[in-house]
Write a protein of this length. Structure first.
Ligand code: HEC
Ligand code: HEC
Ligand code: HEC
Length: 492
């Protein structure tokens, strides 16, 4: 697949004269608002593909050191590691964002290789310096084709709800020009840790009291993850000084949801529902006939037209339950994907029941999906459970019976221009999505399968740097607006 982008972003529509200025500006680090977070998009930025044509590669960017939950006022040393053995160096940008607000603060740990944007004036974004890029190039080979930038983030002083750290990076070819770089984004969403809530289930209960005893006087380095949350006065130990504060925090055994569910990530769950092995990196399920289908997939019945799919696709949640989440009551009630299996929309099962259904073998629970045996971890299953219970919407509110999106074409065209155009081009045809021998474009998918379109726009496209609009804190209606516009784009 080629990432060559014919439609230039706004910045590149500039004249040749201002090109020079842009080049000078950007050799010194990326500009503000390019980390891929909602604030950058809202202020006319976005991510690196606003200028660098999108190229895909086998590399990745990792954000190391981010906790699952932040403690108010705690400092976290983060490492941004960019890897791509085929490239020669890297640059990056990071931000920490809540509801259209930058949250917490960054501190520069390495002033040679990293800096705040706008020549140091905008402390909401940290990026590389020219020296950083040079250093990445000189160490790239010795590091096995990777480089690490470090930065400190200090959490807000009070509970500000979930914070997402957005990272955008470019693995460069050292060509000194705009072309040939590869774009890798990542993010981590951190919940707020209630003081004393060691397990993250949302309250401070007797389980936390037991953890308090385990952590008491223990050194943090050797203790597991739970102890820092019990250090209520922030002196890096769980000691006598924390006892009284813990007693005040203790609210009783009221948690009704498992901690793993409370902490689960709906956006990641949406990706897993689509194609879990492209999200968690597990091997693609591979079987040979007659065992070439997930055990719950119906046997092929060509006369009735049921169970016509085979192979790894039958292990995707969407293949049995549909992009509209309605199973036999929805689009998969007929056609090539007919399974006659129930939908997930409106399920009455509790998080725990759903977790067990997805994890257990059919020998233990009727309808057990055995996903654990096929390659999904407990954390994966919790993510997809949370998405099923809290992320799934009634698609009928956004797509009518004929498959037309409901919403504002004008609003959709503006948002498409802001978020989608840098990769897909102004008419959605820059990337051939390659579903078939004929080219497939954004317009093709929007018209052929609006439910799939809505799901991928909301949660991203697994295994690609495509952003998730849920992560950008868009409502589903905003995503549907883009659908209205996309249905007007060329389909071939
Ligand atoms: C507004 C346009 C623009 C955006 C957006 C942009 N860049 Fe660039 N970038 C340039 C230009 C122009 C060059 C080439 C000239 C130069 O090297 O300064 C460049 C060069 C680079 C280089 C040096 C490449 C080399 O081979 O020496 C790195 C690293 C880089 N960009 C990283 C980033 C990252 C990371 C982002 C996103 C966070 C980003 N850029 C976003 C315009 C942009
Ligand atoms: C091969 C087909 C298949 C795949 C793949 C599959 N399921 Fe299911 N699912 C079923 C069947 C069959 C049932 C009905 C089980 C029963 O109740 O006996 C079911 C039931 C469910 C239910 C309960 C619905 C209700 O009415 O309460 C949920 C929720 C669910 N699945 C979610 C998922 C998720 C999430 C995934 C992906 C991780 C997934 N399923 C993958 C076949 C599948
Ligand atoms: C950073 C680049 C990037 C951005 C921004 C982006 N996409 Fe994508 N998109 C991709 C890539 C890469 C693919 C996968 C191409 C492939 O499968 O070959 C893709 C795939 C798709 C698909 C096809 C999914 C399928 O069925 O295979 C649709 C539809 C789509 N994008 C729509 C959008 C819309 C709408 C937006 C804006 C809300 C958007 N994209 C923003 C990079 C991007």
């Amino acid at each position: 697949m080629t990432g060559y982008r014919r439609t230039a972003g706004a910045a590149l529509a500039a004249t040749a004269a201002s090109w020079v200025t842009i080049a000078l500006a950007f050799s010194t680090g990326a500009d503000s608002g390019l980390s891929g977070g909602p604030i950058g998009y809202a202020t006319g930025g976005g991510n690196c593909t606003a200028c660098h044509p999108l190229n895909l590669g086998p590399g990745k960017v990792e954000l190391l050191g981010a906790p699952r939950r932040y403690r108010t006022g705690a400092a976290y040393d983060l490492t941004v590691r960019i890897t791509d053995v085929e490239q020669a160096g890297a640059g990056f940008e990071i931000s920490a964002e809540g509801d259209f607000e930058h949250l917490g603060s960054f501190q520069i740990l390495d002033a040679v290789n990293t800096q705040f944007t706008d020549s140091g004036f905008n402390t909401s974004y940290v990026t590389h310096t020219p020296d950083g890029v040079d250093d990445s190039i000189s160490r790239w080979g010795d590091n096995g084709g990777s480089y690490e930038y470090t930065v400190r983030w200090t959490a807000p002083d009070v509970d500000r709800g979930p914070v997402t750290l957005f990272v955008a990076s470019q693995a460069i070819n050292d060509g000194g020009a705009l072309f040939g770089e590869r774009f890798y984004p990542t993010h981590a969403t951190l919940g707020h840790a209630r003081p004393g809530d060691s397990d993250g289930d949302g309250d401070v209960d007797l389980r936390d009291a037991a953890a308090f005893q385990r952590c008491y006087d223990a050194s943090f380095a050797s203790s597991d993850d739970e102890c820092p949350y019990l250090d209520l006065d922030g002196d890096e130990t769980v000691a006598p000084s924390d006892v009284e504060l813990f007693a005040i925090a203790l609210s009783g055994p009221t948690a009704t949801l498992p901690a793993a569910y409370v902490l689960a990530d709906i956006v990641r769950g949406g990706g897993l529902y689509d194609n879990w092995w492209k999200i968690n990196g597990a091997p693609e399920p591979e079987f040979s006939p007659p065992f070439d289908k997930h055990p719950l997939y119906p046997p092929t019945d060509k006369v009735e037209g049921i169970g016509l799919q085979a192979g790894s696709t039958t292990f995707r949640c969407k293949e049995c339950h549909g992009w509209d989440y309605k199973g036999l009551a929805g689009a998969y009630g007929s056609g090539q994907h007919r399974t006659d299996i129930v939908g997930v929309f409106g399920t009455l099962r509790t998080p725990r029941e759903l977790f067990d259904l997805l994890k257990a073998s059919p020998l233990d629970i009727p309808g057990g999906h055995d996903m654990d045996a096929f390659g999904m971890s407990d954390a994966d299953i919790w993510d997809v459970v949370k998405m099923t219970l809290e992320g799934v919407v009634d698609t009928d509110e956004h797509i009518d019976e004929s498959g037309a999106f409901l919403g504002s074409e004008l609003g959709g065209s503006i948002d498409f221009g802001q978020v989608c155009q840098s990769c897909h081009g102004s008419d959605g045809t820059d990337i051939d999505l390659g579903h078939s021998n004929d080219p497939d474009y954004v317009g093709t998918v929007a018209n052929d399968n609006p439910w799939e379109f809505l799901h991928k726009v909301r949660f991203g496209n697994p295994g690609t740097p495509m952003p998730s609009t849920d992560l950008l804190r868009w409502s589903v209606s905003l995503a549907a607006n883009v659908g209205v516009f996309a249905q007007t784009l060329p389909t071939k």
